[in-house]
Design a protein around this ligand. Sequence first.
Ligand SMILES: [Zn+2]
Length: 107
Amino acid sequence: MTHRRYQYGAAAGTLLLAVAATVCVYRGMHVVAVVFGVGVLVLLEAAARETRRLRRARTECDWARRRALGENPAPLKPCCLLGAASHGQVHRNCTDPTRTSLTRDTP
Ligand SMILES: [Zn+2]
């Protein structure tokens, strides 16, 4: 899975930059250490984001597998990523059977 690869890459980069920042602090290069520290924060957020995406992809895969087997699983929360981003106005690849793909609710 691509999400797992990005997650591992970001985590490895976080670790390397943290080590580099620590070495820079010990050698008195504080400005460089701050730059590496910012890089650590950025990569840490990227790793957390990929972890969330991986978890969502696994949940959607399990939901689709159960549906293909004839079960009627409850919709995921949020029902789809586009629905969550649009505050329920637009849905795509939605897990809520009452919503159709790319529908727009009229206010
Ligand atoms: Zn939805």
